[in-house]
Ligand binder design. Structure first.
Ligand code: HPA
Ligand code: ZN
Length: 335
């Protein structure tokens, strides 16, 4: 029974809306790029890296995530990273992706905007031509840095605005509430950019309200802790607000204790517009289909839930209504 559901999830076309491209850096590529660029890492081999991926909370992960991305130096590095992710998408029937990147994680190390923009975008263009995968780019601000740094980053990105669909907010959530980023989100809105924000991963429901009311977001990334507030849940349902949920991330960062406690099924049954995503697949044990497999095994999802999740992934995307309908028609034809 679960084998048939996993096969169905694997075969259906899907959109991924919550993937940090730097979080798709596999241990093997990390070592290879470190060697290529003469960068010292505190790991002797792949097993050392995998053994280090033992996280108790978001910050434990972020410390290794920022260390890992230090091997990304050249346009070719960013291209190779992005292309490797897109090949995984192709293998897993992810036909559209909306990719986060963390410019401040690179500019702070002296890497110029044009290096990562050219590297990432050349891979996205190649994937559209050769793999028929469409994509959008979302530039995230690191919330452990101040709003002035985010505003400067947005200004530095102005020559690349045509390549960007939206902005996001990520990194250490607790102590860095959405309300600290009102100005930069307002400026992004003036520039015609979509807005998303991580909220309610570790932070309280209050942060989800702030993302909605103060940042005026189009989607909430994670949003798990919204479930603690029934008024908020009702509001999210009524607004058809998208939640980009990341099951394996939630387990590895102790947002849930056990995968059987994961709220994805409950979210759907409450009428929330949730979809499945991998977040940082190289760090959390899998890409899109492994995330489906994990929740199918642990939470008793039905065939209808699977169809709902993949349909939600397209409905929540920043594609046009016509493009979304084309994908939904393909999904319906597989019912
Ligand atoms: N949460 C916050 N920031 C992040 C994450 C996450 O799951 N992944 C990469 N940056
Ligand atoms: Zn994330």
């Amino acid at each position: 029974m679960t084998a048939a559901l996993k096969q169905l999830a694997a075969q259906l076309p899907k959109a991924e809306l919550h993937i940090h491209i730097e979080g798709s850096l596999e241990p093997g590529m990390m070592l290879e790029l470190a060697r290529r660029n003469g960068i010292k890492l505190p790991y002797a081999d792949i097993n050392d890296i995998i053994n280090a991926y033992n996280f108790n909370c978001l910050q434990d992960f972020l410390d290794l995530y920022y260390q890992g991305m230090s091997v990304l130096q050249t346009e070719q590095d960013f291209h190779d990273l992005t292309w490797a992710y897109l090949l995984r998408c192709h293998q897993q029937n992810v036909v559209h992706c909306e990719i986060f990147f963390d410019p401040q994680g690179h500019t702070e190390r002296g890497i110029a905007f044009e290096i990562f923009m050219n590297g990432i975008c050349s891979a996205l263009n190649k994937a559209e031509k050769e793999l028929a995968i469409t994509s959008k780019l979302i530039m995230c601000f690191l919330r452990h840095l101040d709003e002035q740094s985010a505003l400067s980053t947005l200004q530095a990105a102005e020559p690349y605005l045509d390549l960007l669909t939206g902005i996001g907010l990520d990194s250490s959530e607790l102590g860095h509430p959405p309300r600290s980023f009102c100005k930069v989100f307002a400026r992004a809105a003036e520039l015609g950019l979509k807005r998303v924000a991580h909220a309610g991963e570790e932070g309280p429901p209050e942060y989800v309200y702030e993302a909605l009311d103060l940042l005026r977001v189009d989607r909430i990334d994670h949003g798990n802790r919204s479930l603690e507030d029934t008024v908020l849940v009702q509001r999210l349902v009524t607004a058809r607000m998208s939640l980009t949920v990341c099951p394996q991330s939630n387990l590895r960062l102790a947002v849930v204790k056990d995968m059987s406690d994961h709220p994805i099924r409950k979210m759907l049954d409450l009428g929330l517009n949730a979809c499945i995503n991998s977040d940082d697949p190289a760090y959390f044990g899998g890409y899109m289909n492994e995330n489906f497999d994990a929740v199918i095994d642990a939470t008793g999802l039905t065939r209808d839930h699977i169809f709902q999740l993949v349909s939600n992934s397209f409905k929540s995307s920043f594609l046009t209504q016509t493009e979304i309908q084309t994908h939904l028609d393909h999904i319906d034809a597989m019912r």
